[in-house]
Design a protein around this ligand. Structure first.
Ligand SMILES: Cc1cc2nc3c(=O)[nH]c(=O)nc-3n(C[C@H](O)[C@H](O)[C@H](O)COP(=O)(O)OP(=O)(O)OC[C@H]3O[C@@H](n4cnc5c(N)ncnc54)[C@H](O)[C@@H]3O)c2cc1C
Length: 390
């Protein structure tokens, strides 16, 4: 039987620097992150130390401007870094993606002085971010959010509750969308709020099906006061900023989904070549060979789709439709491939002795976050057929 130890993914990378970067990340991911993933996810332990390590290694600000401590990497490279991290542990890959999302408002819409003051610590100074859009009563319909920011002299006073916040309770800064004006999308403004601001508190983290090491919590704003200098962009521009952030964020989710699916395929392939039934390895049975072939094909197609969208973004061209397609396809692929991996492991796949069941539980959330896959279809359809008639 040939050696079926997982091989590194054969990647198309634009430069030698990018190739070295991916090798470094793969080394950190497989040597430091992967070995403790099962135990820590089971215990629900958030691995803050890995984020500190990634920040020290220059990996928490990869797609941003080097002037403020960013890594100056194109999206096609940054996303493949995420994929390698998610292959080792989804909590870490997704955490980096959410942090990058939280930095976006300031990096793309902040004033020069704001960027100079805050970005270096956010992109490479060990800080970790949270992106606060969802609320208990507004998820898919995010423009109906009710958290309020009221002007008081040179300050804003923020009151309300955000829901489902990744890194809620552990984040050093929060990018918060709050209502400053009329109902609907035009009355929303973005703010950069310190994680230790007076009046800001987090609830006990949600008890989730998977990704238990990644804290997800409600964040309460009880009269949190921030200076106007922490408003990001114009008054009323917050929803446009939030959506613009999500276009890139969805590509991050797509890349994480492909990393997770690849880990599940590697696991299933390794098992199928070892496990014998009817006198031969189960990988010899055509029924399983076809499943493995379909899994690998869906993964390659997903990787190609998210990279095509990333290359559009890198070229400065519109990519929102392709980002929604990549998020939809890659996360559905992760769900299918992880479910098939459990099937290939048979009864053992249903136990916590193997990671396949964890991968399957983790895949589910990717079809929900940063716009459910129903919402992705709505976005794609709007690009195709225009807005729905009322
Ligand atoms: C683990 C986790 C981490 C998260 N992290 C963050 C975070 O860091 N920051 C943040 O702001 N949010 C975060 N979220 C929130 C996430 O973005 C929302 O859960 C998601 O947008 C869906 O909102 P909802 O849960 O309120 O579902 P709802 O909007 O209530 O949707 C319920 C169901 O109805 C469907 N639906 C709704 N409207 C339509 C429609 N028009 N057409 C067809 N179907 C529709 C949805 O697809 C879904 O199946 C996180 C969620 C989870 C589970």
């Amino acid at each position: 039987m040939p050696d079926r130890a997982p091989q590194p993914v054969d990647r198309q990378l634009p430069t030698d620097e990018a190739r070295d970067l991916i090798s470094l990340v793969r080394d950190i991911a497989q040597r430091e992150v992967a070995p403790t993933a099962a135990e820590e996810e089971d215990a629900g332990r958030f691995p803050r130390e890995f984020f500190t390590l990634l920040s020290e290694s220059g990996l928490l600000g990869l797609p941003y401007d080097p002037e403020h401590g960013g890594g100056d990497q194109p999206y096609e490279v940054y996303l493949q870094v995420l994929e390698e991290l998610a292959m080792a542990r989804l909590t870490v890959g997704l955490g980096v993606s959410v942090h990058t999302l939280a930095c976006y408002a300031l990096a793309a819409f902040g004033a020069k002085e704001q960027q100079a003051e805050h970005l270096p610590a956010m992109l490479g100074g060990g800080l970790l971010g949270a992106y606060c859009l969802s609320e208990p009563a507004s998820g898919s319909d995010a423009a109906s959010l009710r958290t309020k920011a009221v002007r008081d002299g040179d300050d804003w006073v923020i009151t309300g509750t955000k829901a489902w916040i990744t890194h809620g309770g552990v984040a050093d800064f929060c990018t918060v969308m709050a209502r400053t004006g009329e109902e609907g999308p035009r009355g929303i403004t973005a703010f950069l709020v310190p994680g230790d601001a007076e009046g800001l508190s987090a609830a006990v983290p949600e008890k989730k099906m998977g990704m238990r090491g990644s804290p997800t919590a409600q964040v309460h704003f009880d009269g949190v006061r921030v200076p106007d200098a922490r408003r990001v962009g114009e008054e009323g521009q917050g929803f446009a900023i939030a959506l613009s952030a999500l276009d890139g964020g969805r590509l991050g989710i797509a890349a994480c989904a492909i990393g997770l699916a690849q880990a599940a395929l590697d696991e299933a392939l390794g098992y199928a070549t070892e496990r014998r039934q009817f006198g031969k390895p189960i990988a010899d049975f055509q029924g399983l060979r076809f499943m493995l072939a379909d899994m690998a094909t869906q993964i390659e197609a997903g990787r190609a789709l998210y990279l095509a969208a990333a290359r559009l973004r890198d070229a400065g061209r519109p990519f929102a439709k392709q980002a929604a397609m990549a998020k939809l396809h890659c996360t559905d692929t992760a769900m299918r491939v992880t479910t098939d991996a459990v099937q290939i492991l048979g009864g053992y796949g249903y136990t916590a002795d193997f990671p396949a069941e964890r991968y399957m539980r983790e895949a589910k959330v990717l079809q929900i976050v940063e716009g459910t896959n129903q919402i992705q279809r709505m976005v794609i359809a709007r690009h195709l057929a225009g807005p729905e008639t009322r």
